[in-house]
Design a protein around this ligand. Structure first.
Ligand SMILES: Cc1ncc(COP(=O)(O)O)c(C=O)c1O
Length: 425
């Protein structure tokens, strides 16, 4: 059972009524389940441990970089995938071992490269020849060797939203397949560069196993070609991207059934198993970089209904939380199930659930069927543990929500609600 569940028509987080927690900490509120995060991590890690493959499971900390969540996963033994100097700082501060930190990103600054080299992290995932040359120069000046994995753009359709597809020709990520062998050749000759791996991350929220199988086969073929050139590859990194369920997360007679027929849906275990089978024959060390799949279903964003407004064409449910707390709906038309904390037999109506921000794109749900909501009702936006708080902003000078972590019969405030005074720093 998921650690967010409904009992007696009320929403629970582990052993607590969500309503009680929001009464104590206020609204809007990000609420996380520690045991759900641990379960997700173990669901990915366990099959890899059993497979006896040599692997590093690097949490993509951009998904949720709350310090307590970072500590939780580093204590479990996770490595970290970081995408900036700031994320590298957080990873180091919250216990990630240097030999399990990998630094990705198309636009690393010279200062970030120097910082990572001084910290002697395990790997840079590099995305252009010019970047590799710059890393080589900076490493030379510091008198160190930089370990790099070259990110290839395999032109594989991850069958996900265009804004979170990263492995197609038109995307800025990785190096085009037509140039990749030349880049391996040139890089391997650069001083202060040790080419240790090959990387590809084809996108996020991938719900089928086929794009992964395609990507891993592609990487296997590429490794063969690279090794024929005399360059030994130790690591194969296929990034993150495992998809999670956003629809019908909770089912109940007072929650409308959502149409999720358009996507196939592979479980975390199925994703991992499908690549393990292929990888066993390659004899390479594996790196994976899951983000969303570790934390998404371990978090909810709780909000409150402020007003109900009947427009000429639509009914609006206006709430105290919106795009500044949860950007995903406006950024990628992402779908999140919205569940009232107290379920009632009111019948369903179709409404737009919108936030308080001065933008038309400030919505949580559009044309959504839901029980009749009234001023003061509280609700949870489900599956918001990933790319929720980490994408939040102070737009409209709004204050970011508090974050609370529930652990069985305990809970902790893991980040205070922002205060107005913090807005002028
Ligand atoms: C290079 C890289 N690795 C890993 C991830 C994590 O992806 P996800 O959260 O879908 O698992 C991302 C996400 O954008 C990424 O860019």
């Amino acid at each position: 059972m998921n650690h967010f569940y409904i009992k007696d028509n009320r929403l629970y987080a582990e052993n607590f009524l969500v309503e009680d927690l929001v009464k104590e900490f206020g609204s809007p509120l990000y609420l996380y389940s520690k045991n759900q995060i641990l379960r997700n991590y173990r669901e990915i890690n366990q099959p890899l441990v059993s497979s006896k493959l040599d692997f590093i499971n690097c949490y993509a900390i951009k998904a949720n970089s709350n310090p307590e969540i970072l500590k939780l996963l580093s204590e479990e033994g996770a490595g970290a995938e970081v995408a900036s100097g700031g994320e590298l700082y957080l990873a180091l501060k919250f216990g990630y071992l240097r030999n399990k930190i990998t630094f990705t990103g198309v636009g690393k600054t010279d200062e970030e490269i120097e910082y990572a080299l001084r910290e002697n992290i395990f790997n840079f995932t590099v995305e252009s020849l010019q970047e590799i040359q710059v890393i080589s120069e900076i490493a030379h000046n510091l008198g160190v060797i930089a370990r790099i994995s070259i990110r290839v753009n395999p032109d594989i359709d991850a069958k996900t939203h265009p804004y979170i597809t990263t492995g197609m020709k038109e995307n800025k990520f990785g190096i085009d397949s037509k140039d990749i062998l030349e880049v391996f050749r040139t890089s391997s000759k650069l001083p202060n560069i040790d080419v240790i791996g090959i990387h590809s991350h084809i996108g996020s929220q991938i719900t089928e196993v086929n794009p992964y199988i395609e990507a891993v086969k592609y990487l296997g073929d590429l490794i063969e070609k690279v090794e024929k050139m005399g360059i030994h590859i130790s690591y194969l990194n296929f990034g993150g991207g495992f998809g999670v369920k956003y629809k019908n997360v909770l089912s109940h007679r007072y929650i409308p059934l959502e149409d999720d027929s358009e996507t196939g849906y592979a479980s975390l275990g199925e994703h991992v198993e499908s690549v393990i089978k292929l990888l066993s024959s390659y004899n390479k060390k594996l790196v994976i970089e899951p983000g969303r799949s570790l934390v998404a279903n371990a978090g909810v964003l709780v909000g409150k209904v402020l007003y109900i407004k009947q427009g000429e064409l639509k009914k609006f449910v206006i709430t105290d939380t919106g795009m500044n707390d949860l950007m995903r709906p406006c950024l990628y038309q992402a779908y999140h199930q919205v569940v009232p904390l107290n379920l009632k037999d009111t019948g369903f109506e179709t409404v737009d659930i919108v936030g308080p921000v001065c933008e038309t794109s400030d919505f949580l749900a559009v044309k959504r069927s839901i029980q009749k909501l009234e001023r003061g009702d509280r609700f949870a936006v489900m599956t918001t543990g990933a790319y929720g708080y980490s994408l939040s902003s102070n737009y409209n000078a709004r204050l970011r929500p508090a974050e609370v972590l529930v652990d069985g019969d305990k809970y902790h405030l893991i980040r205070e609600r922002e205060k107005v005074e913090e807005l002028h720093y």
